[in-house]
Design a protein around this ligand. Structure first.
Ligand code: OXD
Ligand code: MN
Length: 597
């Protein structure tokens, strides 16, 4: 199929890559439903996809990955800038030429026997000043289908690109060439021993090899919209953040937009699809994972969601925890690594719908007594955001939406109160810079370990983390504090001595958001503590929760000794970031210590 583009650089690059990787043909993705169906049918025929029971889950598919390719691979993710110092201590670094040499060898003939797909895509609404165009070359049709749900794909993007528009070159190969035209393929080709996810921020390129899973392979998401975009944002004076965007309407009809940074698998999608448990409040989604933010002409910060779909964690999603997600994925969705029921619908731990798994995520008969989960803990659904019954009408507004408050949060079973407001913007940056969370299955590695995850950007910041803090502080200093969003630290995950969650979470989180908006609107005072400002007891609406005053107090309890240990731990976190750490953050830490002793 020939290209519908007169973009000489794009054509040259496609030819060069095809020449080197040796695919049997080049396939230009036009973004049409016809192509989607054609590729899905092929993947069903070849065994990569299974068509789900059409009476239960119309137009939906199930895939299971190779058991060695199930999550983002942070240890194999690289920022390849000229100077190691610019990548900073939190990123893996390789010199661009060295990484390109390694990968050029690996890409040689890596697409033999496969098709190479050309996916022109836009992150952000086409034509918005926020948007960035990318083109992904991949030998995975599964990636094409997922990209079609997650981004704007096809001819409209090529048209926008014209003859000389700028785009981010994104190269992806599963790294599993077929020896001959007749060699049969495996359902999930990948190359776990040679996986690399490499970013070249200076030349704005992404080269990914060996993995077909999620953020390693859908290059618009974490690679472009966070790692490359964060580095562009630093140079150009805006922010590319790992944040949800939520629209809240009060019973009086007041509308506010809130952004929130939470590490992977900490309930971001649930919060983005919140169903408020308090009377009269309405919540709608703008985005569940990424926010690009910049100053508007009125001096406020505006945000867009650069994605067009949701790539959500399935386990734990139910009509109780997230009815909006459950309604969104009723049809036209792709499920990866969930379990299956006997009648070919999907199943996962916590789906809580009266069914049971029949086969596990690898497609084997599931034995409940094995003690192993039926669905992989990082199993996912991919679906178009437009299918959500609670998507806000303005979710693709090219101007973005004005942000009133930003939340930082993580899983902390102790120490961090339910909600704390920053004293001012730079104290809020300190909160973001020091946030920590217990690790989850979204990335390889052990689950449940406490790690500092500044702004939930640890795996996604495309440059030196201390420079990133400085960028936030500079942006704050440019703004008028009265127009900047107010910053808050939240923690839905605190546990009592018996190990039980102390806060009901989910829809009840609206109570915390209500207090936050009361603060934004200067309607209530707040109590000063060494950590920040917390609600006076009567200002947090807990009516109907059956919570004793003691239980409520426990959610905000501060143990001085524990907090002094936390100060020490932050001190070493800061030390690990080296000498570039902004002085303002060191001062915030000194201030915190002085308030505790
Ligand atoms: C995600 C992640 O997939 O953060 O959103 O891992
Ligand atoms: Mn994420």
């Amino acid at each position: 199929m020939s290209a519908l583009t007169f973009h000489a650089d794009l054509q040259r690059w496609v030819e060069e890559v095809a020449h080197h990787c040796n695919p049997k043909e080049v396939y230009w993705c036009d973004g049409s439903a016809k192509q989607f169906k054609e590729l899905a049918d092929e993947l069903v025929a070849s065994g990569t996809l299974l068509r789900l029971n059409a009476s239960k889950r119309p137009n939906s598919y199930w895939a299971h990955s190779d058991a060695r390719d199930v999550a983002r691979v942070e240890s194999k993710t690289y920022i390849c800038c000229e100077n190691e110092e610019d990548a900073g201590p939190t990123n893996n670094w390789r010199a661009p030429l060295e990484m390109k040499a390694t990968l050029t060898d690996l890409y040689k003939e890596s697409m033999t026997g496969r098709r190479m797909y050309v996916i022109p895509f836009s992150m952000g609404p086409l034509g918005s000043e926020f948007s960035i165009i990318g083109v992904e070359l991949t030998d995975s049709a599964y990636v094409v289908l997922n990209m079609m749900y997650m981004t704007e794909v096809g001819n409209s993007v090529l048209e926008k690109l014209g003859e000389d528009g700028r785009f981010v070159k994104c190269l992806h190969s599963v790294g599993a060439p077929l020896g001959s035209e007749t060699e049969s393929d495996v359902p999930w080709p990948c190359n776990p021993d040679n996986t690399y996810v490499a970013h070249f921020p200076e030349t704005k390129e992404i080269w990914s090899f060996g993995s077909g899973y999620g953020g390693n392979a859908l290059l618009g998401k974490k690679c472009l919209a966070l790692r490359i975009a964060s580095s562009m944002a630093k140079d150009e004076g805006w922010l590319a953040e790992h944040m949800l965007i939520l629209k809240l309407t009060s019973p009086a009809g007041e509308v506010h937009y809130i952004a929130g940074a939470f590490p992977s698998s900490c309930g971001k999608t649930n919060l983005a699809m919140l169903v408020p448990a308090i009377e009269g409040w309405k919540a709608e989604t703008i985005g569940d994972d990424i926010a690009w933010m910049r100053f508007g002409k009125d001096g406020r910060i505006y945000a867009v969601n650069p994605e067009k779909g949701f790539f959500g964690v399935a386990p734990g999603t139910s009509y109780k925890s997230n009815p909006v997600a459950m309604d969104t994925i009723r049809s036209s969705a792709i499920f990866t690594n969930t379990a299956l029921t006997e009648d070919l619908d999907v199943w996962w731990e916590g789906i809580d719908n009266g069914t049971s798994a029949f086969t596990d995520w690898q497609g084997n008969r599931w034995d409940p007594s094995s003690g192993k989960p039926a669905a992989h803990p990082n199993s996912r659904f991919t679906v178009s955001a437009s299918q959500s019954p609670k998507i806000a009408p303005e979710w693709q507004d090219p101007k973005g939406v004005p942000i009133s408050a930003i939340l930082f949060g993580g899983r902390r079973s102790s120490l961090v109160p339910l909600v704390t407001e920053a004293f001012n913007f730079s104290h809020g940056v300190f909160m973001g810079a020091t946030m920590a969370s217990e690790t989850t299955a979204a990335a390889e590695g052990q689950v449940g370990q406490l790690r500092r995850d500044p702004f939930a950007m640890l795996p996604f910041c495309g440059y030196h983390m201390a420079d990133y803090f400085a960028h936030w502080l500079e942006l704050g200093a440019k703004g008028d504090e009265s127009k900047l969003p107010k910053l808050f630290l939240v923690n839905w995950f605190r546990r009592n001595e018996a190990g039980k969650f102390m806060w009901p979470g989910y829809g009840e989180n609206a109570r915390v958001l209500k207090w936050i908006l009361d603060r934004v609107q200067h309607r209530v005072e707040a109590k000063e503590t060494p950590l920040g400002l917390i609600p006076y007891t009567n200002d947090l609406d807990v009516s109907g929760l059956n919570m004793s005053d003691h239980e409520l107090d426990q959610l905000f309890e501060m143990d001085i000794e524990d907090l002094l240990n936390e100060v020490d731990s932050i001190e070493s976190h800061f030390a690990s970031l080296g000498s570039k750490l902004p002085e303002a953050l060191r001062k915030e830490l000194d201030l915190m210590r002085s308030k505790l002793v």
